[in-house]
Design a protein. Structure first.
Length: 333
């Protein structure tokens, strides 16, 4: 990997980078219907995808993820689009590239690579070789279209993690990988952050960055970074957290952690070792603007205790949710 790669160069600078916010929930808020194919919008409503990217860049994001989370052939087959992997991924990179290149500062285009949607053998139908092939097809399309980094995200099993990493490592651009820790500090398939750190150290072709995305909320993402660094001090950790567990309010879902919660999140993420900080489901450009402001104003401090992470982040999100439930209970009473 050459130092001329924008992502490699940004990591080497040592500065904390701001990743973007939610593509999926933003598109749903703008009218995408449940069951629709977000990747098809790269062709049919390119202006809409451009608007989402531009909103996050204007808010201060250094890294934007392409609208390709479900852009592999297994996921696209649900919409009869499995033969259009190259076309849909290339269109997504072109939109993100246009937004990035129009900025007055360097913005990194990350090619989003989400899960296949299938379980791997022996629990499901997907063999390891087929999984690698599925990921390689998408990675090739993203790399050839001009992505700066392949961004594997929301992974939960060892089989899928290794298949995606094996595929991404064959291309001449860096890759990053994040897992979703949402079940008692582990992924759905039982992977702990500490084990991910050990996995990182054990790979000759390790990702340039590794960390957590999605999950339950900021506290879980920061705790994952904390544990990854504890087992792999040389890792470049990513925190890209959900804005808490969504709650129904009348006819819509509301995420409990607003932009005002980003200052604590950023402070504890940086002090725990994160070099890339963004947000995931439920986040808006206002969240990213708050992350940007907090990163720019951050004063270095000591590594926090786990208790401080729990008290300032997990308790914050839970308190908001509990408060809303108490109000709803009083109204029902």
């Amino acid at each position: 990997m050459t130092a001329s790669n924008p992502f490699q160069r940004a990591i080497d600078s040592g500065r904390v980078l701001v990743a973007d916010g939610a593509m999926g929930t933003t598109l749903f808020s703008l009218g995408l219907e449940g069951g629709g194919c977000p990747e098809l919008l790269n062709l049919e409503q390119a202006d809409l995808i451009h608007k989402v990217h531009a909103g996050f860049v204007d808010a201060g994001a250094d890294i934007i993820l392409t609208n390709t989370f479900g852009g592999n052939r297994r996921r696209l087959s649900l919409h009869g689009l499995q033969k259009r992997v190259g076309e849909l991924n290339a269109a997504a990179v072109a939109i993100a590239r246009q937004v990035a290149d129009a900025s007055d500062r360097e913005v990194i285009v990350a090619g989003s690579v989400g899960p296949t949607g299938d379980l791997f053998e022996p629990l499901g139908p997907l063999s390891q070789d087929e999984g690698i092939s599925v990921f390689a097809e998408q990675c090739e399309a993203l790399a050839e279209a001009g992505a700066d980094v392949l961004w594997i995200e929301t992974i939960s099993s060892w089989e899928e993690l290794n298949a995606a990493a094996d595929a991404a490592a064959t291309f001449d651009i860096p890759f990053a990988t994040t897992l979703s820790f949402d079940t008692n500090g582990r992924t759905m398939m039982g992977i702990s952050p500490g084990a991910v750190g050990e996995w990182f150290l054990g790979r000759a072709d390790a990702p340039l960055a590794v960390g957590a995305n999605c999950g339950i909320g900021p506290g879980d993402a920061v705790a994952a970074v904390y544990d990854i660094i504890a087992s792999a001090p040389t890792a470049v950790p990513v925190a890209k957290a959900n804005c808490g567990i969504p709650l129904f309010e009348t006819d819509r879902l509301v995420y409990p952690v607003g932009p005002e919660g980003m200052a604590d999140y950023v402070d504890l993420a940086i002090r725990s070792g994160a070099q890339i900080i963004g947000t995931c489901c439920g986040s808006t450009p206002d969240h990213i603007a708050a992350v940007r402001a907090a990163v720019d104003a951050h004063v270095p401090g000591d590594r926090p205790e786990r208790s401080e992470i729990e008290e300032r982040l997990e308790a914050h999100a839970l308190a908001l949710a509990a408060g809303r439930e108490r109000r709803e209970g009083r109204r029902r009473g």
